[in-house]
Design a protein. Structure first.
Lengths: 258, 329
């Protein structure tokens, strides 16, 4: 039996008097693709930021065990050097930073060939993009591809991909799906947040999040069908919750992520 | 064409009594980011000035240079003939090699109608302890002409220098002028940029200033765009990072004075340690069909930018350094 290298053990997170993650437990084996499903505001991105160790996403309880060692107080840098990385849903742009340099940042033994291969894996020809600035001149879709290339180049142990499909044209969704499978074949575990059935289909296991909890895990097809047919927005389902601050309730009403 | 007090034609042909000074100047040029070999290429127009000495002057067809020494500097006139398309950038090298000195450059640039030219100027003061460098430039860009002027400075490591580039720029109808002022290596000392630009019908101007101040450096940018002609367009873009006790002041003004004139001021300043940064944009519109806008971001490094780089394995200091270096690159 394979032992998971990463165990998320009864993890909870409170922020600004709101509970964003409630008692979440997950385990990751190398090469496994996990997909997180859930309506906007269910806590998917919060879980991603907590696993990455982003500022003010410190768990209130539970553990993140990497090879048996709790890393919940490790910095982002330490986690990245241990093999965890994140592709943000809305990647930032860096004025003046060449794309090739950005993509190569996380490669341990950096080489031009690895950068070129990573760019070409997301259909960005290195000749056209390698020296181009990673800035506002890129479209949203191009920026997402650059972000994926940077994560792919790292060959991380866990790649957290927060909606890598948003802003990507429909014709390119299968390219993203293929890239995720390629990452898994190379040994990376993937935690994928998506609303696209084409990407759900490449996952080994799916988890449905609701109000910060994982309420249902299993076969991706079954979980997705349940999600598509049975889930409602928080306010439709439960009304405003007493623990939900006004701003968070407003976000939920507007369909924004927590 | 006149080349007063300039016995050499080319940086590769210095007379023996000048060769030591020229070599020192070329070394300073290298420290400012220039490639001394480029000064020796016959097809490249060059002017090399050290203190008040014209060490080399090499005009080419369509590019004329006159230079004469002043008591504390040089007066130079550069003319590009109408219609001339200059293939290689004209290389200019100004500097003071000793630790102390004053250099005043009075320059005039006449870019003829329809001409297209780039200037690559390196100003180097590698040993400055008490140095003052002042550049008073008059620049005329003719009708439908294009001038791209990149100026890279190196002021050494002590901060003992005051540099004041002052330019009055006139861009005739359909002309284009781009300026890139870069001071991102070593110390700055005191830098006071003062540019005034008048842009006529369909003219385009872009002023870009990038600087990285540390210690007690003081950067002051004064830029004034007067978009006087119909559909004239202007951009003043400033990227400055300051750390330790450095101070940065960016004072830009853009006027939209004609139908369709469009101006924009874009200032980003990153502040670290006890440094201080200021931005004072002034917008003036005197025609109801003109538009001038401005944006400014001043403060610390964006947290999400840092976290993105840290998620690739950089530590916080490395991430901040990379963001700053990229911004002023």
């Amino acid at each position: 039996m394979k032992l998971p290298f990463l165990v998320v053990d009864h993890l909870s997170l409170s922020k600004d008097n709101a509970v964003l993650i409630r008692d979440v437990s997950l385990s990751f084996n190398p090469g496994e693709i996990h997909v997180l499903l859930g309506i906007n505001g269910s806590g998917k991105s919060s879980l991603a930021y907590t696993l990455m160790g982003c500022d003010s996403y410190v768990p209130s309880s539970g553990a993140i065990l990497l090879d048996g060692k709790d890393i919940k107080h490790a910095s982002i840098t330490e986690r990245a050097r241990l093999g965890i990385t994140l592709a943000w849903q809305e990647p930032v742009r860096f004025e003046g930073l060449p794309i090739g340099k950005y993509v190569g940042l996380g490669i341990r033994e950096n080489s031009r060939e690895k950068v070129v291969a990573a760019l070409e894996a997301v259909s960005l020809p290195a000749k056209a993009y390698g020296y181009r600035s990673n800035d506002q001149s890129l479209s949203g879709g191009e920026r997402k591809r650059v972000e994926l290339a940077a994560v792919y180049a790292m060959q991380p142990r866990l790649a957290i991909l927060d909606e890598p499909d948003s802003g990507i044209d429909a014709l390119s969704i299968m390219e993203i799906a293929n890239l995720i499978q390629k990452m898994a074949q190379q040994g990376s575990a993937v935690l994928l947040i998506t609303h696209r059935p084409e990407l759900v289909a490449v996952a080994d296991v799916a988890h449905l999040m609701c109000l910060g909890s994982i309420v249902f895990s299993g076969d991706p097809k079954n979980v997705n069908e349940y999600y598509q047919s049975r889930c409602h927005s928080h306010l439709d389902a439960f009304g405003e919750q007493p623990w939900m601050p006004a701003a968070q309730a407003e976000n939920a009403r507007n369909g924004q992520e927590m | 064409m006149t080349q007063t007090n300039s016995p050499r034609q080319h940086a590769g042909q210095a007379a023996p009594d000048w060769s030591a000074e020229l070599e020192a100047m070329l070394d300073a040029y290298r420290q400012a980011g220039g490639d001394p070999d480029a000064l020796k290429i016959p097809e490249v127009a060059t002017l090399v000035v050290s203190g008040n000495q014209v060490l080399a002057s090499h005009p080419i067809a369509g590019v004329h240079m006159e230079a004469e020494p002043l008591e504390q500097g040089v007066r130079a006139r550069i003319v590009v003939d109408a219609g001339t398309q200059v293939k290689h950038p004209v290389h200019l090298c100004f500097g003071v090699v000793p630790a102390e000195g004053i250099q005043l450059i009075e320059s005039e640039y006449q870019i003829g109608d329809g001409a297209k030219v780039q200037f690559l100027a390196h100003c180097s003061f590698p040993n400055a302890v008490h140095v003052e460098h002042r550049m008073d430039a008059q620049i005329h860009v003719g009708k439908n002409a294009s001038l791209n002027y990149t100026e890279e400075h190196y002021h050494g490591q002590t901060g003992g220098i005051e540099v004041r580039p002052i330019s009055k720029i006139y861009i005739d109808e359909g002309g284009q002028f781009t300026s890139n002022m870069v001071l991102t290596r070593g110390r700055i000392g005191v830098l006071e940029v003062d540019y005034v630009v008048d842009a006529e019908k369909d003219a385009v101007v872009e002023l870009v200033t990038k600087a990285f101040g540390s210690g007690d450096d003081h950067v002051k940018v004064l830029e004034h765009l007067r978009l006087n002609g119909e559909n004239a367009r202007g951009l003043a873009k400033t990227r400055i990072a300051v750390k330790e006790q450095a101070v940065s002041e960016v004072n830009t003004m853009a006027e939209g004075n004609a139908v369709g004139a469009r101006g924009h001021m874009d200032c980003t300043e990153i502040v670290r340690d006890q440094a201080i940064a200021m931005n004072n944009p002034v917008v003036k519109v005197s025609n109801a069909r003109a538009q001038v806008t401005h944006e400014a971001a001043i403060g610390t490094v964006n947290r999400k930018e840092m976290e993105t780089l840290m998620a690739r394995g950089l530590d916080e200091d490395e991430a901040v350094d990379l963001i700053i270096r990229a911004m002023i690159r």
